[in-house]
Design a protein around this ligand. Structure first.
Ligand code: SF4
Length: 536
């Protein structure tokens, strides 16, 4: 069979700056699962076409025509584009399959456009899909996430296609996706990994990847896509240290502060860790994973600042992830504390996210129960700067005003000067400058939305839950997002199918896979990515 695999990394770029940014940086964040699927399809004897879409050109032209089956991987943010492409492929008689974070969060909505929606997958499930075992309108999932991640060596055709310069050789920013583990021991209610148990993947496979990268791709960055890297810290770091110093590839990862205890940070430097992105989230909740016990408020700020200052001595690039707009956030204090933190840590890039209710999370269930989700807001707007729910303690204008306040603080010229003074590494300085410019653009987006709320009664009524009619502002934004594909998705089709996913009762114990037409696949990840532009 002729099988296509398309990994949609972002929405179409809307400016030259975004085109450049996506073409250089976003391009480097291809997901490992579509690459694994491409390898499995090849091993199963099919002709495989793999590509990533990073916001430039016509995504339909990235794969060859006359495919028998296409797998499309997408984040919820890119769901509109995935749906439009599904329509085009269906017209050509190609079977359409969607996987990735959006399919896991909202599988039933996907089935309005795709033949099959996939939750977790493994090689056996992919083989069954290719054999045509599942009919149109089916949600399928393997019993658990796959263990047998194809190695870097096996994925080289896909790595070349997604991350190399002109598909020929790596360049300074090339980043290769790797996995050491799945799942997470914590249960943050907004996170799609909240009930995905932590599992360390076979360490021999990781060791093989590290040896291959060291010998054939020296100096090339490895990007760990683990939800929470090195929960089994010693086991993972032992594997890394099995290579001699000087032959270890640089790597980046996301993890919890509680894992990065002071007695471990030297090992990060020695194994060539160059960037870490811990989630702090809030000054009044999620303290357990920050390693500060039950501490909250200013005392938590003090302890997190101290911890990150220590980390900064050993890891050149740090990012801290926050959420603003949680139900625990109230009044001026959350923003005041976050600004205090930012002022004291110019060496840390802060990411401030808006909580979005991704299907399969406790947050989604609560918002749905409390009728706080804006029901006609298309899934394609489930990312910052957009607000898709009614917040407990802030009106929409007050919320946006506070976001403008905190973003203006950390993107100010004074803060940028202080940030640049914290490092003499050219690459880190360049990233700080680019990210500051991108976030200044985000402030303009917040200001536009605030202006609409203050001047357009229908827009305000929509955000306050008094009207369910999607404002023309969002219809036009949706049209712009899809460009020439906009007419493929009618206005009626843009309203999402919002429903709580029923609980998977497990089906036949021992089966290697299960068809879940009436049950829920495990949820995906929706945390702030270390790369700007995904969920940030
Ligand atoms: S946000 Fe991070 S720590 Fe919390 S459940 Fe998700 S992966 Fe785990």
């Amino acid at each position: 069979m002729k099988v296509g695999i398309l990994d949609i990394l972002t929405t179409p770029s809307s400016s030259w700056a975004e085109t450049a940014y996506n073409g250089v940086l976003t391009k480097q964040y291809a997901c490992i699962t579509p690459q694994a699927i491409a390898v499995w399809c090849r091993q199963l004897g099919h002709r495989t076409h793999y590509a990533t879409y990073h916001g430039t050109g016509d995504p339909k032209r990235l794969l060859s025509n006359d495919l028998d089956l296409v797998f499309i991987g997408a984040y919820t943010q890119a769901s509109a584009l995935a749906y439009a492409l599904a329509k085009l492929y269906r017209r050509e008689g190609t079977r359409t399959v969607i996987g990735g974070p959006h399919a896991k969060a909202f599988p039933r909505d996907c089935l309005r456009f795709f033949d099959i929606a996939v939750g977790e997958c493994d090689k056996a499930l992919i083989a069954d899909i290719l054999k045509g075992i599942f009919g149109p309108g089916t949600i399928v999932s393997s019993r658990k996430p796959f263990d047998d991640v194809p190695t870097i060596e096996e994925r080289m055709p896909e790595i070349r296609a997604s991350a190399f310069f002109r598909q020929r050789h790596p360049f300074r920013l090339t980043t290769i996706p790797v996995l050491a583990s799945m799942g997470c021991p914590y249960a943050c209610n907004f996170c799609v990994d909240w009930n995905n148990p932590y599992r360390l993947l076979p360490t021999e496979r990781l060791a093989a990847d590290l040896r291959y990268a060291s010998a054939h791709l020296p100096g090339v960055m490895l990007g760990y896509q683990d939800p929470n890297f090195a929960v089994k810290f010693d086991q993972v770091l032992d594997v890394m240290e099995s290579l001699p110093q000087g032959r270890r590839n640089p790597y980046i990862m996301e993890t919890s502060l509680t894992i990065l205890r002071s007695d471990r940070v030297m090992r990060l430097r020695d194994t060539h860790c160059v960037a870490v992105a811990p989630g702090v989230e809030s000054w009044s909740e999620y303290s357990n994973k920050a390693g500060v016990g039950r501490t909250t408020g200013l005392e938590k700020v003090d302890r997190v600042v101290e911890h990150l200052a220590l980390l900064h001595e050993f890891v050149p690039y740090l990012q801290a992830n926050f959420m603003f707009g949680l139900d625990v956030d109230e009044g001026d204090q959350p923003i005041a504390l976050t600004k205090e933190f930012m002022s004291r840590t110019p060496f840390v890039w802060p990411v401030v996210n808006i909580p979005h209710p991704f299907g399969g999370t406790p947050l989604f269930d609560r918002y749905l129960n409390e009728s706080r989700i804006l029901t006609s807001m298309p899934f394609a707007f489930y990312y910052s700067p957009h607000l898709v729910t009614r917040l407990k303690n802030y009106t929409p204008p007050v919320f946006y005003q506070k976001l403008i306040d905190v973003f203006s603080h950390f993107t100010s010229a004074a803060m940028l000067r202080r940030r640049l003074a914290t490092t003499d590494r050219g690459a880190v300085r360049a990233i700080h400058i680019v990210r500051t410019l991108v976030k200044r653009k985000r402030i303009r987006a917040f200001q536009r939305l605030l202006h609409m709320l203050n001047t357009n009664r229908q827009f305000r009524a929509f955000h306050e839950g008094e009207s369910s009619s999607l404002p023309e502002f969002y219809q036009q934004a949706y049209d712009r997002m899809l460009g020439p594909y906009a007419s493929l998705i009618s206005r009626a089709e843009r309203s999402p199918l919002l429903e709580r996913a029923p609980v998977d009762d497990g089906g036949d114990v021992g089966a290697s896979r299960t068809s879940l037409a009436d049950s829920a696949p495990a949820p995906p990840r929706a945390r702030a990515s270390l790369v700007a532009g995904r969920t940030e």
